[in-house]
Design a protein around this ligand. Sequence first.
Ligand code: ADP
Length: 960
Amino acid sequence: MTARATTVMASRASVGAEARTTTTRGARRGRAGRRAMRTTRAMSERTAREEAVEAVREAAAAQVGLAVNGTEAPRRVFAAPATPVAGAPVRIFVDVERADALRSASARTLIGGCNDWKVGTFEAPMTKVEGTSWYYADVDVDARAYQVSFVFKGDGEAYEKDNGRDFAMEVEFGPTPDEFVEIMKMVAVEDAAKMAADSIVDAETRLARDGVPGVGATVEKHGRIVCKTSTGAPGVAGSTERIFWNKAMNPIGGDDAVKLIMHVGFNGWLRGVEDKREMTRAAGEPRDESNDWWVADVPIRLTASVLDFVVSDAEEMNWDNNDCEDYRLATEVDADDATWAAFRELTYEEKRADALRVLKAEQDRIERRARADAAAKAKAIEVGLKQQSFIIRTEPKVPEVGKPLKVFYNKNNTNLSWSEDIYMTGGFNRWTHDSALPPMKMTPPAAGEDFFCATVPSVPVDAWMADFVFSSGVGEGAQYDNKSGRDYHIPTRGGSAKKPSLHIVHVAVEMAPIAKVGGLADVVTAIGRATQDLGHMVEVVLPKYQFFNNSVLLGSREYETHFDWGGTTIRVEKCTVEGLQCFFIEPQNGMFQTDSVYGRNDDAARFNFFCNAALEFLTRTARQPDILHCHDWSSAEVARSYWEHYHHNGLTKPKVAFTIHNMNYGQAKLAEAVYHSQMTTTVSPSYAGEVSGSSVIGDNGHKFTGIRNGIDPDIWDPETDGFVPLKYDASNVEKGKAAARAELRSRLGMTSWDDKPIVGVVSRLTAQKGVHLIKHAAHHTLSRGGQFVLLGSAPDPKIQGEFNALANDLAGDNSGFFFAFDEPLSHLMYAGCDVILVPSMFEPCGLTQMISMRYGAVPVVRATGGLRDTVFDVDNEKERAAWEIAGSTDWKTDGDMTNGFSFEGTDEGSLDYALDRCLDAFYNDRAWFRSLQKRVMLQDWSWNKPALEYEELFFRMLGQ
Ligand code: ADP
């Protein structure tokens, strides 16, 4: 190493050390500390920049010398300074001898950008360091950079990369990634303000230059003057004009009104309402049938070519907007350049303040949401423990590592209720920890108490979970309570080790939003995201459909690998979708050159091929996931093929989870996957119970379980929903729903009579969804004085015909039918309806009832499948609701958690039983009904709880 290079590096190191100390200090301090840190950093930034410039000047020859002659193995690419500095030049070197794409190229270019290419992109020709095989290029690192990526371009499309990826280096003394996000938000604010200001000023300049045809100093209507300037000539910009308005034909404010309000804007309301002026009755003007003159003195803005106004009463309840045309009077503008410049500046500041307000509100909302999400996640864990606490609980409630733990067990509601003696066997970290607790006899409860007790001497310091089973004795003949195979688990606090991260690979043919046909697509994405959130590594393997090529929903895809298999070449691309790492399998035989997921007559053969190609991909890339998760008939093949072939050929580790989203298709394939999987799930516990006797499950009931689906609270969120007229949450649900109601009625052509309840249906119209009950409910709702709306699509023309007839029968102001699949309208339906009806004959899970609750619409449902697991009848199911939602056995103390109305039968009378109670509640006790709407909005039907259940299931499959 030459002396020079050493000096440069040493001084870099000391700058680095300074920065690190500053950061640590800053992190420990509060807000003031952060400010101090910024100042210190600003100083070191300056030094760092100067040093960087120096380093680039000095290091080139020395470092190339080092790379060529040095004894250390030289890197083929390096930078001077070694760690680039934000806002300073950097010289990047490459040894073309060791770069295939560059070695014999005729020209070499360095191409790069900062922060994943988001800012500071560059392209620079490279220069040879004479007498060596090294080339270099100088570039300036963007001042906002925390990272720089680059590649070298040779001739044509030849690129030199770092093992297939871009070269990447950290950058010092720039913002952190989080700070960069903030900087970019501010840039967006400034850009938006500038654009808005420019467009307003440009429009106003145009008006001033071209004039405004058809606008004069008076407005006439039906041959009568309805407003005018005081002089009869156009007003003058920059002066205050007295404006006259004729109230003769306007009831606003009543005959004896004393005060009205003029709402003023300019140039076609370009900047909205800019002024409000009090109006008084004009003295000295004639007052008769055609004349009732009111006046206001209005300062005219300097750049105004038109004065716009409307009039309201003092309460701003009744308005005159000139039959939707507003009032417009001409004004003369004579602004000089300085005025225009000042106006542009003012508008910019105004727009900037607006944009900042929006940004701030959005940030507040995001923070509020993050807190609520964290609380909801914690609550999901707590409810699980609470439900378990009636059998097992501990002292302290959350076990602490390094401390003893008392365990209490109540045998009464378990399979050990008969046993005199109870033994406890314990372990840690899902039984993977070395220190297991041998069976110990528990102390029986004192008279009148229920809980046996035993003490764990000390919870190991690296425990993240405590595990227990209980038994009637020890050894042969003893009976066990192991929570039906799941064992009892209680997370600990303060452990030095973390729960292991599982590697889960989904193989599926649908995934939302890129390849969505039905619920399967949503669930694949949602389970993936929710388990990833819990700290696991999730990957999804999908076919690469032709329609991916033009999809606006897909980000950039990258080549991953290719291999020959199945008589063709399989090309694999990767892409991140909704935060999940996805791999797209593309056989070059054109099998997935399709415009839709399903619909070719060889779907079964194609998907079988895909499943095997997916397994081949996993094998060839030496992946060994813990869990392979396949879905429905279309990827059922994974289960069979894995255990029959791949498990013996390199892909040895995974266990197979199989989820049935729909029992009605491909039953032979479903049954095969049930047989081969280690766990089969379906999408709600009740539905699992209902179908457990089916031939698909056969005698595999022991590995079949139901985990309900959830909804994505970010997609279904009335607080951010762009399809509702007034965004709302539980705190202003009444207002929000009232606005949505009005808009829904107007969209569906109904009268806006606010006091009627709106009952709605959003559904595919198929026999499964209870079409006969939907039709009956429409008549029944109207007969009870309510309004009925339906958004539905019927694949079967006969059913569509029936609904057309129904729509005709009920045509009028109190019903609205919309036959289409219309996602935006569905949002408005949930927001606008007071009640959502889901009278399904069977329902594996159902999403509509959960979405409707999120929007404050009360669900009325048939108690089947997932509907039964999510809707609890307000009159009959207070206990069940409290237990399922809060793990409470005492609703009187813990609160009523019921959330809807349900019925059992499939006949009209049964439906009436639920719907009538709901409508009665609406009519008889509106305050209570509104409070119910608020209550249902606050319940958590997201994936928080189901994700924990899937995690539990995956661990169990691994024998943990
Ligand atoms: P299924 O998957 O059996 O149709 P779910 O209740 O599980 O029933 O999911 C239905 C989903 O489809 C919901 O998100 C619902 O909002 C939506 N949906 C149903 N019909 C329509 C429609 N006509 N227009 C828009 N969205 C609809």
